[in-house]
Design a protein around this ligand. Structure first.
Ligand code: Y12
Ligand code: CO
Length: 169
């Protein structure tokens, strides 16, 4: 089922999401719905809070170099924790909760993440470049943070001004 995505400035986007404790059918349905919603909206990453569920679950599905988004490449990270970072990268980010706005953000270029899969099994992965960026962007959602909070002061002010104009139109 495609779920509604909540958008800025909805206060719920700023909540810290809670640990997943039940690895049950309800979690499986949530993850399947998140995937359907993300693909429908042409996204590459989505956190549960973006569909108004404050749980520490996120999905990422990066396209191949040929631009194909394959379900077999889907990553589901439950209760993820970044345990090591290296380097830095600037990437132009976008977010389904802040549609039509893209801006450069600096993050770590390499991360090691520990997480659980949908069955509760402990896993870890190492990622660099775009995948590392996407993981950090989505984990920020779980902590109640949006990429616009990382913008320098004047870019953030410009964003707020443009957003107010957009809400009125
Ligand atoms: C790098 C940076 C950020 C991420 C997080 C995941 N972000 C997205 O999936 C953003 C998707 C997005 C899609 C949009 O829709 C289209 O392009 C058709 C969009 O534009 C509108 O809503 C009009 C904005 C964002 C991962 C990796
Ligand atoms: Co986002």
């Amino acid at each position: 089922m495609i779920r509604e995505i909540i958008t800025y400035p909805n206060k719920r986007l700023f909540l810290r999401s809670k640990e997943v404790e039940e690895f049950d059918k309800k979690l499986a349905v949530l993850l399947d719905d998140m995937y359907e919603t993300m693909i429908h909206k042409k996204g590459i990453g989505l956190a549960a809070i973006q569909v108004d569920v404050p749980l520490r679950a996120l999905i990422i599905n990066l396209p191949t170099p040929e631009g194909e988004q394959k379900k077999e490449d889907l990553l589901e990270l439950i209760n993820p924790q970044i345990v090591k970072t290296e380097g830095s990268i600037v990437y132009t980010e976008g977010c389904l909760s802040i549609p039509e706005y893209y801006e450069d953000v600096e993050r770590a270029n390499w991360v090691k993440v520990k997480y659980q899969d949908r069955d509760g099994n402990e896993k870890s992965l190492e990622a660099e470049g775009l995948l590392a960026v996407a993981i950090q962007h989505e984990i920020d959602h779980l902590d109640g943070h949006l990429f616009i909070e990382k913008l320098p002061y004047f870019k953030r002010k410009k964003f707020e001004k443009e957003w107010k104009k957009r809400v009125k139109r």
